[in-house]
Ligand binder design. Structure first.
Ligand SMILES: NC(=O)c1ccc[n+]([C@@H]2O[C@H](COP(=O)([O-])OP(=O)(O)OC[C@H]3O[C@@H](n4cnc5c(N)ncnc54)[C@H](OP(=O)(O)O)[C@@H]3O)[C@@H](O)[C@H]2O)c1
Length: 382
């Protein structure tokens, strides 16, 4: 029985991870859950899975959770320290890191330091501090298993192959809901339009990042650290059907790809059970029904955001953290109607340009750079 902690249990990934656990009775025990402010959903999860320890983002959510659970409440902690305590719970074997945004970094890093195997959904952990997190994982001998579908596809396509024979990684992108929208209309896209993703149901931040293609840029940074590969050997290919989840090209020109339906429970279960595979009763991939798989190059003119990620990697050090923070603030501003869709990439570009990168030395420095990026972006929104 694997003892599992889920950070971000009330989110899109968290809920699907709990669904995978439920579908494999006797395989997993949930020992800790961490959430933000959704006390109602967390209370349901606590009743269903009986974790020993939970955490929420603030005291108001903790009060609400206590009121909902009454005498059945487990120990409830608060804030980043609470999430770190859940992430490092002594009896846990495996931590699914699925908090959204830079808020997930401290708990991911703490879980790695505590020697827990990680199922990594929170790409921002590697965007902000990939060098440090991966070095700590190597030092502690802990596996970081990707949950992001593209990175899971690459991880699966690398299995049984020699890493030194990889020529390049090809990350596929759906292109998002704005893929075919003409350039002149892009600026005025509304949050409701941008939240309508054609293939995936995900949290709001990653859905907007998919619409701008910033998500693909963040995934390039994630892949750079996760697979220890130079950015110029990571390519992006738009694939609107989202069936080929990503590919690896080897030195002999042969390409290995992983295919599947658009359902995050696939990569979640692969990470959870690795090196085994769980029998999962999901819809089968019916390629005859899909009929056609198409591919095209991403358009940097209409979607400049993904290019910024390569620029941030080139600047190095704290630059990706600053870019990530700027994007978080710009996306939040767009969702609350304070800036336009087209402003997101522009604001991020300006903030990245202004950032004076420093060599990355600590998790706290990465968080400070991300916070700086947020406040610079806020200033531009204002
Ligand atoms: N969804 C996907 O299909 C998908 C695919 C690939 C990668 N990812 C990555 O997975 C991560 C999670 O994405 P998601 O789509 O699941 O996001 P989401 O639906 O917005 O859920 C985010 C989770 O994080 C919690 N949270 C937010 N801020 C927090 C804080 N300050 N402290 C503690 N918990 C906090 C939320 O809690 P409350 O809701 O309780 O406030 C929620 O449980 C992201 O990094 C994303 O890029 C997601």
């Amino acid at each position: 029985m694997k003892r599992v902690v889920i950070l971000g249990s009330t989110g899109s990934i968290g809920v699907q991870a709990l669904d995978v656990v439920t579908r494999s009775p006797g395989r997993f025990e949930i020992v800790g859950l961490s959430a933000g402010r959704n006390a109602t959903r967390l209370a349901e999860q606590v009743r269903a899975f009986r974790p020993r320890l939970v955490s929420v983002a603030d005291p108001a959510a903790a009060r609400e959770l206590r009121a909902l659970l009454g005498r059945d409440a487990p120990e409830i902690l608060v804030g980043d320290e609470g999430a770190v305590a859940v992430a490092t719970l002594a009896e846990a074997d495996f931590v699914i890191a699925a908090i959204s945004g830079g808020a997930g970094l401290r708990s991911t890093a703490a879980a790695v330091e505590a020697g827990k195997a990680i199922g990594l959904a929170n790409k921002e952990s590697l965007v902000l501090a990939g060098e440090i997190v991966m070095a700590a994982a190597a030092r502690k001998g802990v596996p970081i298993l990707p949950v992001d579908s593209e990175h899971s596809a690459i991880f699966q396509s690398l299995a049984g192959h020699n890493r030194s024979e990889v020529r390049r990684l090809i990350l596929t992108a759906s292109g998002g809901p704005m893929r075919t929208v003409p350039a002149e209309r892009l600026c005025d896209v509304t949050p409701a339009e941008a939240l309508r993703h054609p293939n995936w149901a995900m949290g709001a931040k990653i859905t907007i990042d998919s619409a701008t293609l910033m998500n693909k840029g963040l995934e390039v940074i994630e892949a750079r650290w996760l697979f220890d590969i130079e950015p110029d050997r990571i390519d992006i290919l738009v694939h609107p059907e989202s069936i080929v989840h990503s590919m690896v090209e080897y030195v002999d020109g042969q390409v290995v790809a992983q295919l599947g339906i658009s359902d995050m429970r696939g990569p979640i279960s692969y990470a959870l059970a690795h090196p085994e595979r769980l029998p999962l009763d999901l819809d089968p991939l019916d390629l005859a029904k899909v009929g056609r798989l198409s591919f095209e190059k991403p358009d940097p003119k209409r979607f400049p955001a993904f290019r910024l990620a390569y620029g941030a990697l080139e600047k190095g050090g704290t630059a990706p953290a600053a870019l990530s923070g700027a994007d978080e603030a710009a996306v939040a501003a767009f969702l609350s109607g304070r800036c336009r869709f087209g402003d997101i990439a522009r604001i991020c570009a300006e903030v990245l340009d202004r950032h004076v990168a420093e060599p990355l030395r600590s998790i706290e420095q990465a968080i400070a750079a991300s916070d700086w990026g947020k406040s610079e972006a806020e200033r531009r929104v204002g």
